[in-house]
Design a protein around this ligand. Structure first.
Ligand code: SAM
Ligand code: SF4
Length: 344
C-alpha cells in the first residue's frame, strides 16, 4: 500500500465531502490581491486593489488554514496576486509548516511569478516547501515586458535558478496565448526540459474584465497538441500532482508536459479543491460566482465553531462544474472577478 493510502487509513480527521461525493482535500489560498506585475490576460493596467482593512491578517489566514486542515485538507497552495509580495509572508509559511511536521498536511506549495524568488528560495525550502510553480509565458525579454506590462525577465530567470539550487522542484506554467507565444511553445518546452523543469500549458480563462478582447488571446490546447505532435512523440501518463493538469511525457526530451484545459476539456468531475481569497471569501468553484464569506465567520468569535459550520455550509453548495465559454457572441465575461482574486 502507498504511503498516502496508509496515512489515510490512520487519519482520524473527518472528510469534507461535497454533494457529488468528491472529498475536498486541497485548499488554494490567495494571500494578497496585489502584484508587482500586470499580466495582460490577468489584470487591467490600472487595477484598484482592496483596502488593507478588508484583507485577512496573517493570523486570520493561519486560523483559517488550520481549521481546513482539521477538516481534512492535506494540501495548501499559496497564490495571489503575487504571494511573495505580501509583507511577512515567510513568517506565515513557517507557521503553517508546523502542520507538515505534525503530519496533518502533505504539502505547502506556492504559485509565483518568480520576481522575488531569488530572495526567498532558500527560506521557502527551509520552511518545508518542496515544489513551486513559476509562471512564465515567454523566454524573450521584450515580450515578457509586453505581457507583464513592465516586468524584467532576468529577475525571473535568476529566481528559477535560485529555486533549483535551493532544492525546490520548479514547474513552469505558461498561458498559451494566440498571437503571443504560440510560436514559442516548442522552444519553451525544450528550454524547460533541458533545465529539468516540468512545464504546463494553460488555456486562458474568461475571468474579469481586461483591457483587450479574450477572443483574440484564446488558443485551444487541442491545437497546440497537434502542433507538438508533428515534432515530438507525446505519451499520456497517469502522473498527478493533485491539480487539474493532465500530463504526457515527451519522449525526445524525457520531460513532462501538462495541459490545463478548462475550455476544451472539462476537468470538474475529479475536482478536489476550493479557493479562498485574501478577504476570506470561499469560492467553491473557480468558474462560478457563488461564494461564502468566511471572514465574517472568522471574526464572529474567537473560537472556530462558527467558521467550521460556515465551511460545511459552503461545501454543501459546491457545484458540479463550471460554465466557462469564450465565444464571439457572448458580450460579457461570465465570471466577473479577476484571476488575481482567487489566484488560479
Ligand atoms: N502571481 C502569481 C503567478 O503569476 O504565478 C500567482 C497568481 S496568478 C493569478 C496564477 C496563475 O494564473 C498564473 O500562472 C497566471 O498565468 C494564471 N492566470 C491569470 N489569469 C489567467 C486567465 N485569465 N486565464 C488563465 N490563466 C490565468
Ligand atoms: Fe500578477 Fe500573476 Fe496576475 Fe501576472 S498572473 S498579473 S504575476 S497575479
Amino acid at each position: 500500500m502507498g504511503q498516502q493510502a496508509t496515512d489515510k487509513l490512520q487519519d482520524p480527521r473527518p472528510e469534507l465531502i461535497d454533494p457529488f461525493g468528491r472529498a475536498v482535500t486541497y485548499l488554494r489560498v490567495s494571500v494578497t490581491d496585489r502584484c508587482d506585475l500586470r499580466c495582460v490576460y490577468c489584470m487591467s493596467e490600472h487595477m484598484t486593489f482592496l483596502p488593507k482593512k478588508d484583507v485577512l491578517s496573517l493570523e486570520e489566514l493561519d486560523r483559517l488554514c488550520t481549521v481546513f486542515i482539521e477538516k481534512g485538507v492535506r494540501k495548501i497552495r499559496l497564490t495571489g496576486g503575487e504571494p511573495l509580495v505580501r509583507k511577512n509572508i515567510m513568517s506565515f509559511i513557517r507557521g503553517l509548516s508546523r502542520h507538515l511536521e505534525g503530519g496533518a498536511l502533505d504539502e505547502i506549495t506556492i504559485t509565483t511569478n518568480g520576481t522575488q524568488l531569488e530572495r526567498y528560495a532558500e527560506d521557502l525550502y527551509a520552511a518545508g516547501v518542496r515544489r513551486i510553480n513559476v509562471s512564465l509565458d515567454t523566454l524573450i525579454a521584450e515580450k515578457f515586458k509586453d505581457v507583464t506590462r513592465w516586468g524584467d525577465i532576468q529577475k525571473v530567470f535568476d529566481g528559477i535558478k535560485a529555486a533549483k539550487e535551493a532544492g525546490l522542484h520548479v514547474k513552469l506554467n505558461a498561458v498559451a496565448l494566440k498571437n503571443f507565444n504560440e510560436d514559442e511553445l516548442i522552444p519553451m518546452l525544450e528550454w524547460a526540459h533541458s533545465k529539468g523543469h516540468d512545464l504546463t500549458f494553460i488555456e486562458t480563462m474568461p475571468l474579469g474584465d481586461i483591457d483587450g478582447d479574450r477572443n483574440d488571446q484564446y488558443l485551444p490546447l487541442s491545437e497546440v497538441r497537434k502542433t507538438l505532435s508533428a515534432k515530438f512523440t507525446l505519451t499520456d501518463i497517469p502522473y498527478k500532482t493533485g491539480g487539474p493538469a493532465r500530463y504526457m511525457r515527451i519522449e525526445e526530451t524525457g520531460g513532462r508536459l501538462g495541459f490545463i484545459t478548462p475550455l476544451t476539456h472539462n476537468f470538474c468531475e475529479s475536482c478536489n479543491r476550493v479557493r479562498v481569497t485574501c478577504t476570506g471569501q470561499l469560492y467553491m468553484c473557480l468558474g462560478q460566482d457563488d461564494q461564502k464569506d468566511l471572514r465574517a465567520a472568522l471574526r464572529a468569535s474567537e473560537g472556530n465553531e462558527v467558521l467550521s459550520e460556515a465551511i460545511d455550509t459552503a461545501i454543501s453548495r459546491k457545484p458540479k462544474g463550471h460554465d466557462f465559454i469564450i465565444d464571439r457572441d457572448s458580450k460579457s465575461t461570465p465570471v466577473s472577478r479577476h484571476m488575481s482574486v482567487t489566484g488560479g
